[in-house]
Each structure stands twice: as C-alpha cells, then as structure tokens.
Design a protein around this ligand. Structure first.
Ligand code: 4NP
Length: 159
C-alpha cells in the first residue's frame, strides 16, 4: 500500500511504477498493490494530469481513482509505504497495535541512493521538473523494493 497526502500525485505513481516493474520482471501475480491518501480531499478523482503525462512519457500508465487510507488497510496489506514523514506520522496515528505499526515504513527506505529518512518531495505546487524528479525517485525505489521483496521470496522458498 503506497500512501501520500492526496493520492493524486506521488502514491498513484509509485503504485503504477511498481506494477509496471513487477510485470516486467514476470512477478506481477505475486503482489496485490493499492495506493491511498491520508487526506480525503481528492477522493474519486483521477491522478493529476501532470503526473499522468510524466509517467506516460516513461511508458507507465496510471489508471487510478483517489481514495483515502482506511484503518482496515493496515490489516489487509503487509507493507504500508509513506512518501514523506508527514504521511508516515498520519499513518502511524491510524495504527492501533504493534502488528500494524511494524508494517509502516518510508518508501525511500528502499531507495539505494537515499540516506536515512529520505522523502519523496511533494510536486503539487511546483513545475514539471518536480514531477520528473518524483518519477526518477519512484523508478529507482520500486526497483530496490522489488529486489528486496523478490530476494526475500527466494530465501523463504529455500527454507
Ligand atoms: P500527493 O500530492 O500527496 O502526492 O497526491 C498532493 C496532492 C494534493 C495536495 C497536496 C499534495 N493538495 O494540497 O490538495
């Protein structure tokens, strides 16, 4: 579960990039993915046109309607990935128990080029270069995330 504030820019992108990269690796069937926002202002809206156009220019189609993160999502998903630290704090407020809390991480913990506590910057009020930067971060981080998840899957099947 990929989570940002509005679920119209960063998290629908991360969700689409992850699905695209998983499918490219022949691993699309292994994951159930979704994205959501800690705020509900954009509920039901398609992703921001600037984000969709940037993704499409890189061959990734975003086909998603915004929805907000619900308490039940913290039980239903194994990994809840926050785009920034404010999102992380919002998600942790919803968490009711340690089992839920231990699933909640910063997305960029899986970015091999980022230091600790790195965030995906919010591109909403900026120019096109911000959307490009978000794409590059999402692309690299989803690759790192898949490397880790697929290695784990291989290790577990070895047991
Ligand atoms: P997102 O971007 O959290 O990446 O979807 C934003 C979308 C909307 C707003 C802020 C950030 N907003 O203030 O409406």
């Amino acid at each position: 579960m990929f989570v940002c504030l509005g679920n119209i820019c960063r998290s629908p992108l991360a969700h689409a990039v992850f699905d695209h990269e998983a499918a490219t690796r022949g691993a699309g069937d292994l994951f159930e993915t979704e994205s959501s926002g800690t705020a509900a202002y954009h509920e039901g809206e398609p992703a921001d046109a600037r984000m969709r156009e940037t993704a499409l220019a890189h061959g990734v189609r975003i086909d998603h309607r915004a929805r907000h993160l619900k308490k039940a999502d913290l039980d239903n998903y194994d990994l809840i990935l926050a785009m920034d630290r404010a999102n992380l704090a919002g998600i942790l407020k919803l968490a009711a128990n340690p089992q839920q809390r231990e699933k909640i991480r910063l997305f960029r913990d899986f970015d091999g080029q980022a230091g600790p506590d790195a965030e995906v910057p919010d591109p909403y009020y900026g120019g096109p270069e911000g959307f490009e930067e978000v794409f590059r971060i999402a692309d690299r981080t989803c690759a790192g995330l898949l490397d880790q998840l697929l290695n784990t899957a291989e290790n577990e099947s070895d047991k």
